[in-house]
Design a protein around this ligand. Structure first.
Ligand SMILES: CC(C)(COP(=O)(O)OP(=O)(O)OC[C@H]1O[C@@H](n2cnc3c(N)ncnc32)[C@H](O)[C@@H]1OP(=O)(O)O)[C@@H](O)C(=O)NCCC(=O)NCCS
Length: 442
């Protein structure tokens, strides 16, 4: 039997290992995924369904919201029905509502059908996923605005949070459509992007992901914007830089979600095979992230960060740059660590070990992930530790280093003989490792 090339196998193993922190980070979280009507029409749409099924098997609580705009338009034009748009919103008259019900029903059933696939040679073999649709979104009429009666066009009045939560608790995927029912029993055609953002806010979702036609948001110079705050995105929208109307609607809704408690709103291209998985399971993803949060911050470490720190330092230990630390030791010493966190991932760390004299301490385990070096992160970690040291009354810092002598010198540390280490540390000095010793007065 042919063996796969060794490199390919190793790539796969490395990829699988690298994704494990994300798998842990995402498990038990609630994600709302908005699937545009355009995505449903794509020939590769079943791949997106397979990826969503995978997310469900990894323990992510999924609420899907589908659109049906092109499908509704196709039905209307087949019947020669003209509908008017006001402020990017379709005015749904009785004929248009019939077309919308027809299109939405067809799209919803198509999605349910794809989730039921279980052929032995498909990624969904043995998956047995329950998709639950229903009257989870209560609608109200948009009404008459600026003299225009929007008729059967509606907006979200309320999301049945508890009912959705019960389905998610049972491991089901909840599928929402852009048709909502009112307490009077009428049906309303709604904006699917708004259904998604309102649901994400009501459910206190951890993420909302819009699968759209663009790779993400592109700035005035044509460059992909990897991360943007709702304020900055608002400026792009106001300057009419976003060309694609679907992307514009998605970005508007993403900003609304991000400004109302949804920590992360992603825009991802459905045409890129695997884009959803790349966005969720790789360090830098491939779309645009709208977030109010400081995407990267330096903070004290918690016990939950142990896995991420180990992930970061193990290759450096293997290369001899850092002294080996076991998981048990790290767990016991976690309070001494400061980390740089980026979108939930540990990309830098450093530790401060106070000596018994209460006035001096040792800086150790300073590391920044190779992909993120030379951007001042090491210096900021050190600054954070120095501040921490001062607050504990420590005014002399020592560091032992084999490979990073010059870097520490540039941070204000001066070389000293081993003999000048405080007694308790000198007795533990490893002469075989032969580290250089540095000191800095704060
Ligand atoms: C040392 C380390 C933490 C620096 O992280 P960083 O985020 O890149 O640091 P900064 O951005 O603040 O500093 C980068 C500068 O330091 C320099 N630098 C990095 N490593 C260096 C080294 N080993 N020796 C000398 N200079 C070094 C870079 O060239 C850069 O200088 P430049 O801006 O003039 O080009 C990182 O390189 C690392 O993790 N190294 C491996 C682990 C290690 O050896 N840790 C120390 C043991 S306690």
């Amino acid at each position: 039997m042919d063996q796969p090339a060794r490199d390919a196998t190793q790539d796969y193993v490395a990829w699988f290992r690298n994704s494990s922190p994300y798998i842990n980070a995402h498990r038990g979280r609630t994600f709302v995924v908005m699937i545009s009507g355009e995505a449903v029409q794509e020939p590769g749409f079943h791949h997106i369904i397979h990826d969503l099924a995978l997310l469900n098997s990894l323990g992510i609580r999924l609420i899907l919201v589908h659109g049906a705009r092109p499908q509704i338009s196709a039905r209307l034009s087949a019947q020669n029905i003209y509908t008017r748009f006001e402020r990017h919103t379709r005015i749904t008259d009785a004929a248009a509502l019939e077309a919308a019900l027809d299109a939405v029903g067809a799209v919803r059933l198509r999605i349910e059908g794809l989730f039921s696939m279980g052929l032995a040679n498909s990624p969904m073999h043995n998956a047995s996923i329950q998709v639950v649709s229903g009257n989870f979104v209560i609608a109200k009429p948009v009404g008459v605005r600026d003299g225009f009666d929007y008729q059967h066009t509606g907006e979200v009045r309320r999301v049945q949070v508890d009912a959705i939560r019960r389905q998610l608790d049972d491991g089901n995927i909840v599928l929402l459509s852009p048709i909502g029912c009112s307490p009077t029993g009428e049906l309303f055609n709604m904006n699917s992007e708004e259904v998604a953002s309102t649901t994400a806010i009501a459910m206190k979702a951890d993420k909302i992901i819009y699968l759209g036609e663009d790779t993400g948001v592109v700035d005035a110079d044509g460059r992909l914007v990897r991360e943007i705050s709702p304020q900055e995105a608002g400026q792009l929208l106001a300057r009419e830089i976003i060309q694609n109307p679907t992307t514009e609607r998605q970005l508007t809704a993403a900003c609304h979600a991000a400004s109302n408690g949804v920590a992360r709103a992603h825009l991802v291209n459905f045409r890129e095979d695997g884009a959803l998985l790349r966005e969720l399971f790789t360090r830098d993803g491939c779309g645009t992230l709208v977030t109010r949060e400081n995407y990267e911050n330096v903070r004290g470490a918690y016990i939950e960060d142990v896995g991420g720190i180990l992930e970061l330092i193990e290759p450096l230990e293997a290369a001899g740059a850092l002294v080996r630390r076991s998981r048990e030791r790290l767990e016991a010493e976690i309070k001494r660590f400061t980390i740089t966190e980026r979108d939930g991932m540990v990309i830098g760390c450093a530790a401060l070990y106070p000596f018994n004299d209460g006035q001096s301490g040792e800086i150790a385990c300073v590391a920044v992930h190779p992909d993120y070096r030379n951007a001042d992160r090491g210096r900021k970690l050190l600054e954070h530790l120095e501040k921490r040291a001062r607050s504990q009354g420590i005014h002399t810092l020592y560091v032992l280093s084999t490979l990073t002598a010059h870097w520490f010198q540039e941070q204000g540390f001066a070389p000293i003989p081993v003999d000048e280490l405080p007694g308790e540390r000198k007795s533990l000095y490893n002469y075989q490792r032969n580290s250089k010793v540095f000191r800095k007065q704060l």
